[in-house]
Design a binder for this molecule. Structure first.
Ligand SMILES: [Ca+2]
Ligand SMILES: [Ca+2]
Ligand SMILES: [Ca+2]
Ligand SMILES: [Ca+2]
Length: 753
């Protein structure tokens, strides 16, 4: 109605201009449209109060160099080849000390007992010697042939008491040019004597009791020889007290018919002595007295070493061992590593003097190791006993001190309890010990911290336990997603990570882990545990956010803080042109419309009252809502009416986003008549003149001025008046749409919280 009145005033004003123009004849310039526009803008630009937005490796052949053709030396007599020179007439063989063998073989030991018989053999020796020394050593290649070299050897074998020993084995070897030796044959002493004849070529008969050997000699020019070695092997229970081998070279004349009676005669005696016995026992010395007492068993399988492992033996089931040794000083030692689980109660290495033809027995004692073990327990009920639900304490230091009963050795050990709270000290010798715990920080002992133990050989002292109780208390808990808003952490409800939890306001704080878990170690007493709800967004508490928690020393309390997720309600406001209460294609959004939300939350029954305005797309949204019962309503704009409910009830569940609460309006009033200008004349004229002509305008008072221009002015004024009228009507028609547009450009959907 106001606008209708304004329109009439406007029309009258235009008419008045015409009259004034006519009556005064004054050409007045006016800006009627400006005034109207100004008035119109005052209406459309009136802004709604907008709430702050809350949107959200070569080898060499050892071939005995076939001596070079020019080499005069027989390969097998490398050193003192008799051919060296001595005149053939010399008879060194008569000298028992320089028997041919000695001259021919540097390697031959010169047994004091050896001699060359001075009988018929002498001439033979002489002869052979002559032959030997005169033997012109030709440059011939030494070769092994069957020839007339032969020798005789004999001697006696006696023991340390001068008794003849039978059954002593003798082996005769021919030494080959390549360093090897060939066994020609063996014989045994009888009546303490041995004797042998060896030769090349047939010879018979042998002297009674003699053994003959036949083999191949080596020829060097016209001479034949054999390099030999005679070896004596002591029988069991005896050992040699003289050299056991003799070697040398036997030469022979070239005339193979001079076989007899010449013999290169050698005579060697051998000395033997009886071995003695060195034996003993390895035993379990259960009383650590170093003696094998009645009832103390032997220990089998232990290695015993003689003279630094020159020989060794392993004890049998009786712990017994023995060695055949020469009389004299010997060292017997135990390899204790072969007796695990034991420690020695006697020296492990003994020096003994074994008498000739005698025997010596030694004893090595061992005692079994013992152990001491136990546990460390957390004893909340402080009764010093292990109860069903009490837990082990790992990583606690346990010390052992003491002295062994044998040797008074000081023991000082340390260990740490394992995952199961256990500890043990193994390999302990018998003794007097004290085992003690190191009470960890934050704990105190509720049982003796030191225990004495008397350990006998092989004792295993168990269950030496220690009990501690915590001096501090634990307050722990969870920050959880309380899906059903019941304030309890139910099955299926998960923890919320990274939430700040404070202790005693600002005394300490921690952050929940992936499970929503947190804990504080505190002194006994009452503490304030609180949630810093600002450390998370998108949630609201379903429980109190601060708790007073009382805990006793060693006690533990668990608290729970619940949160539920925010939800939202939103929708659109549409112009429902066809009034069917449904958004159809082509129907425009209505911006700038106020939407209100009221309701109460499930938790706390808190009242909620919010307001927002639809955006350019007609949308609105209320975010950060707790689950609850809400009513959303629109404020229907002027000249519009709802074509669907303008108030809708919404039950919002935890964390849900309701997005389809829409409102529909249609325009109520029909626009006023709209006089349309017949000519699209531009109204932007900056200087518009009104004429003095009224809408009737045929008779006007004369002003004394030229009538022609006056008439023109009158006509212009009438035209202007009509134009202004048309503009005013048009502006009014567009008013509502412009108002909506102006607001939508300045605002977005808003939420007042
Ligand atoms: Ca004993
Ligand atoms: Ca207990
Ligand atoms: Ca719950
Ligand atoms: Ca519709």
């Amino acid at each position: 109605m106001r606008r209708a009145i304004k329109f009439q005033i406007f029309a009258l004003l235009a008419l008045l201009v015409l009259i004034v123009a006519v009556s005064t004849g004054v050409i007045a310039s006016g800006d009627g449209s400006g005034t109207t526009t100004s008035e119109g803008q005052a209406q459309v630009s009136q802004p709604a109060a907008i709430a702050p937005s809350s949107q959200p490796a070569s080898q060499t052949d050892e071939t005995v160099q076939p001596p070079a053709a020019s080499d005069p030396t027989p390969a097998v007599a490398p050193s003192s080849q008799p051919a060296a020179d001595p005149t053939p007439t010399e008879t060194p063989a008569t000298d028992s000390g320089t028997k041919p063998a000695d001259t021919t073989a540097a390697t031959t030991p010169a047994p004091a007992s050896s001699k060359v018989k001075k009988d018929s053999v002498k001439s033979a020796a002489k002869k052979t010697e002559a032959a030997a020394v005169t033997a012109p050593v030709k440059a011939d290649q030494p070769k092994t042939v069957e020839g007339p070299a032969y020798g005789c050897v004999e001697g006696l074998v006696k023991d340390g008491s001068g008794n003849l020993v039978d059954g002593v084995t003798f082996n005769l070897y021919r030494l080959e040019g390549d360093g090897s030796k060939t066994l020609l044959g063996s014989m045994a002493s009888t009546s303490g004597a041995y004797g042998a004849l060896w030769m090349l070529g047939p010879i018979a008969p042998y002297p009674a009791g003699w053994v003959g050997w036949k083999g191949l000699a080596t020829t060097s020019g016209d001479n034949y020889y054999v390099d030999y070695e005679l070896e004596m092997i002591p029988p069991a229970g005896y050992y040699a007290t003289s050299a056991t081998t003799h070697s040398g070279r036997i030469w022979s004349p070239t005339n193979p018919t001079e076989l007899h009676p010449f013999c290169w005669w050698l005579y060697w005696d051998y000395s033997l002595a009886r071995e003695t016995k060195l034996d003993g026992y390895k035993f379990k010395d259960t009383n650590e007295n170093g003696k094998m007492d009645n009832g103390e068993p032997g220990i089998a399988g232990v290695k015993i070493m003689l003279d630094s492992d020159a020989d060794s033996a392993v004890t049998n089931q009786d712990g017994y061992f023995s060695f055949d040794v020469k009389p004299g000083g010997h060292t017997v030692a135990v390899d204790e590593s072969t007796a695990p689980g034991y420690y020695p109660t006697t020296p492990t290495s003994i020096q003994v003097e074994v008498p000739a033809e005698g025997q010596k027995t030694v004893y090595f004692g061992n005692a079994p190791f013992g152990s001491i073990s136990g546990h460390k327990w957390l004893d909340p009920d402080r009764d010093g006993k292990l109860d069903g639900d009490e837990t082990p304490v790992k990583g606690v230091t346990i010390k052992l001190t003491g002295k062994t009963s044998l040797g008074d050795e000081t023991v000082n050990l340390e260990t740490t309890t394992g995952e199961d709270g256990s500890y043990s000290f193994n390999g302990l010798k018998a003794g007097s010990y004290t085992v003690s715990e190191v009470v960890p920080a934050g704990m105190e002992a509720v049982s003796p911290t030191s225990l004495d133990v008397s350990l006998k050989p092989g004792d295993n002292a168990k269950d030496l336990d220690f009990f501690n109780a915590n001096t501090k208390a634990i307050i722990k808990g969870y920050k959880f997603l309380d899906l059903n808003e019941n304030g309890q952490m139910d099955a299926g409800e998960v923890g919320i990570a990274n939430v700040t939890i404070t202790l005693d306001t600002d005394k300490a704080s921690t952050i929940t882990n992936a499970d929503g878990f947190f804990s504080f170690e505190v002194e006994a007493g009452t503490h304030v545990v609180a949630v810093d709800e600002s450390s998370i967004t998108g949630y609201y508490p379903t429980t109190v956010t601060s708790l007073d928690v009382e805990v006793a020393a060693g006690g533990e309390k668990t608290v729970y803080f619940g949160n539920a997720s925010d939800g939202s309600i939103g929708g659109h406001k549409w112009e429902d042109t066809n009034r069917n209460g449904v958004h159809d294609s082509g129907e425009l959004p209505v911006a700038g419309v106020t939407i209100n939300l009221t309701g109460t939350t499930n938790v706390g029954n808190e009242s909620v009252s919010l307001s927002t305005v639809t955006g350019s797309d007609g949308s609105y949204s209320f975010t950060g809502l707790r689950a609850g019962s809400y009513t959303v309503s629109e404020v229907v704009p002027v000249d519009m009416e709802a074509t669907a409910p303008d108030s809708i009830d919404v039950t919002l569940k935890v964390g849900k986003d309701v997005t389809d609460i829409d409102f529909f309006n249609a325009t109520t009033a029909t626009p006023a008549p709209t006089p349309t200008p017949t000519q699209p004349t531009t109204p932007a004229a900056t200087t518009t003149q009104a004429t003095s002509t009224s809408t009737t305008g045929s008779t006007l008072p004369y002003t004394g001025m030229n009538q022609a221009p006056f008439s023109i002015f009158s006509a212009v004024a009438v035209g202007l008046g009509l134009l202004l009228l048309a503009v005013g009507v048009e502006k009014r028609r567009r008013e509502r749409m412009q108002l909506a547009l102006a607001r939508s450009e300045e605002s977005m959907p808003q939420v007042k919280l």
